[in-house]
Design a protein around this ligand. Sequence first.
Ligand code: ZN
Length: 483
Amino acid sequence: MKTKIIISVILIILVGTVIYFVIQNERQGDERELEKDRYEYLSTSKSSKLEGIEIESIIEYEDYYVLGVHFPITKNEKINIVIKEFINEEIDKFKTDAKEFFEGSPPPGGFSSWKYELNIDYIVNRPSEKIVGFKFNIYLFTGGGGIQFIKTYNFNFETGEEITFNNVFKKDSDYLNVLSELSAKQLIESGRIGDLVSEWMLELGTAPEEKNFERFGLKENSIIFFFPKYQVAPGAAGEQYVEFKYEELKEVLNPEITKNPIEPEEIKDIEVPDVPKVEVEGSSLAAITFDDGPHPTLTPLILDELKKRNAVATFFVVGNRAQYYPEILRRIIIEGSEIGNHTWSHKGLINLPPEEIKQQISDTQEIIETSTGIVPVTLRPPYGKIDDVVIEYAEMPIVMWSVDPQDWKNKDSEIIVAHIITETDDGEIVLQHDLYLWSAEAVGPALDRLISDGYKFVTVSQLLGFDKDPSKAKPGVVFRMRE
Ligand code: ZN
């Protein structure tokens, strides 16, 4: 009898031990699998078209003007000098005009209702390893519908030499006449000018003269020429362009231009690995938000501070910046934080036509989805400016803020920390920007204090209850804090 009991006990212990090790092993296996998924998720890099290029943004909010200017910083200093000079000139000109306006008599409704705005954004053309081009869109709002114009640059990416219109074609060829003829033909046949065709404007604007074709972009398989408003058609027809396949211009094209083309990339579907969630039941909650990023060093710095404290946040990213830092977007997601939409180029939405409001939002949704596999569910409009049209076309809830340490103006982390800890109550949404070091440095101390007071930091979706009840994330609703 005794022996039987002893044998049974030994057996139970043995079986138990085996089961324990099997479970442990499986668990470790699961963890390894999760680690591997995370690693794969984090490791995908940005588009090869943007290799060697980063983005710099200047965003300012003054009493009488707002300004959102984005420009490329490349691996070639010579190129950077040319671009920076152009950008500085545009900003200086704008600020002088805005100041003059401000010193004059205030517009109806006061300066707060009607600010001057400058927005500069750009696209990158990268037909080959050796060539890089930028098309800048300059938008100036001083009332009415605003003014748009364009500026193009093309460079040899290795030497930094500018590629001018003349470099693109064979010197001894008849390229000006060829371009003139083909352009007039394409403008008519494409129907892009519609009923507004004016024979004499078309003839003058596409005449075989260099000045008519100086704005151009070199793409993967084609060259595009931009014609500003009034060049080839009446103003109401807007900006025009013509685009020709390199093949079409083979006879007159400098063969250097089409050498070593960059292969187009395939877009892969991204699977988002599991992200553990922090338990928040019964705590005081606050949501900290960061606008205008991502930033290559400051966003990771903020993520480090959050991680140390088991806190998460919401990053309202600007689409044109997001395309340069997909790995940072993925890190935001994998660490349990949230990404919101802060539009493509940070234009004030209230002055834009509905189609452009939609475009600003949908382009940003798209780049975030292709980079992370996640579709944002909230919008924060640039400069916090909204009206009924913006609310309608946002097609998702708008999330404003309730605590604003004005970190763009208060360039001192102690002031920012003090403001956040005195103003933040249960359910509030704090506004910061991940473009400023002094604001990033305020994150740790502010969090430490509020966490010791019993706060937990969650995403805006958690704070507003969207994660548990998606029906709360209704379009047309504007949130400033938890209701
Ligand atoms: Zn902003």
